[in-house]
Design a protein around this ligand. Structure first.
Ligand SMILES: [Zn+2]
Length: 339
């Protein structure tokens, strides 16, 4: 009979992570449900959670254009800009996104202290410097990276985006920091040494070198966003990609990325929407496959002693409890790898 041992890392969470967007395909209640289930299942206890502060406007401005931030603060987005956001604008929503960014800053700091940290929120990878889209107003992960760089806590970072949708905002925001644009050879080329790439996997890997932030995105090719600005490495997966192929591609992208680049921080965007029955996704991962995905990222980070901060991004299973299970498993996987 003992108390649940404390997690070897902190979870960052606030009830105010809730996005006030009404009835929406994005299940804004998932954050609280993950929090509650982690406690109910004994995966975590109350003292494992840290409550974030909202990011400051200065933090937000490290990534976003002053004109855009001004429009958000004054509620003066154009109808077209609001439509692109695909969530109803409100001052409360602005506050929730500032808090998500603060949560990612805190998780990134905690990751440097404890090797890992998970924000039970965030991962708004479709936000650009000058506009929001695809349910994403503010790029919380980019804000966290820029804040830690500004504080001289890190010099470089790598984003590993496993949401089913390409990380277009991430790619665009960090493209400006690129020093070169040499293309990685496509699948089967000699710089990618795994036999997997020489087999008949139908996906495609492409990429460009990074500046101080190296961006990796594994996503369904035939899905939003229509325009996919180049990440450092993009893995364009065909419809219906299942666990084994997905894990092989992820393994390859990680080893290829880490051969080219040494990050001081790894930002893992652990979308739940590669799940086989996701309403907005067309890949075929199982719940177990998604947990193996999380384990793979954590094991690679741990083996190379790279601190890893995690955000949740999307997840649109018809039954929200499935999305909650996938997100809870990310915490369990981290507990197993870092425990
Ligand atoms: Zn997504």
């Amino acid at each position: 009979m003992g108390r649940t041992p404390m997690l070897p890392f902190k979870l960052v969470y606030s009830d105010a992570y809730y996005l006030p967007i009404g009835q929406h395909v994005f299940p804004a209640e998932k954050y609280k449900r993950v929090h509650d289930r982690l406690l109910a299942n004994g995966v975590a206890e109350a003292s494992d959670f840290l409550e974030p502060e909202p990011a400051t406007d200065q933090d937000i401005l490290l990534v976003h254009k002053p004109e855009y931030v001004h429009k958000l603060k004054t509620g003066t987005l154009s109808p077209r800009e609001e439509m692109e956001l695909e969530v109803p604008f409100s001052p409360e929503l602005v506050r929730a996104f500032w808090l998500a960014a603060g949560g990612s800053i805190l998780a990134a700091r905690q990751a440097l202290a404890d090797r890992a940290s998970i924000s039970i929120g965030g991962g708004f990878h479709h936000a650009f410097a000058d506009h929001g889209e695809g349910f994403c107003m503010i790029h919380d992960v980019a804000v966290a990276i820029r804040r830690l760089q500004r504080d001289d806590k890190i010099r470089t970072a790598m984003t590993v985006d496993c949401d089913v949708h390409q990380g277009n905002g991430t790619a665009a925001i960090f493209a400006g920091t690129r020093t070169a644009s040499a293309l990685l050879p496509s699948a089967g080329a000699s710089t990618l040494d795994s036999a997997v790439l020489n087999s008949a996997l139908p996906g495609k890997i492409r990429g460009a070198h990074a500046g101080d932030v190296f961006t990796i995105s594994l996503h369904q090719h035939n899905n939003y966003p229509q325009w996919k600005p180049a990440s450092s490495i993009d893995v364009d997966l065909p419809d219906g990609t299942g666990d084994d192929d997905y894990l092989a591609w992820l393994d390859n992208a990680l080893s290829s990325g880490l051969r080219q680049f040494e990050p001081d921080l790894l930002c893992y965007i652990a979308g739940a929407d590669p799940y086989r029955e996701d309403q907005l996704g067309g890949l075929s991962l199982t719940i177990e496959g998604l947990k193996k995905r999380d384990e793979l990222v954590f094991k690679v980070a741990r083996a190379r002693d790279i601190p890893v901060m995690v955000t949740f991004a999307g997840g649109y299973a018809r039954n929200v409890e499935v999305t909650v299970s996938i997100h809870c498993n990310t915490v369990v996987a981290a507990k197993e790898v870092f425990g």
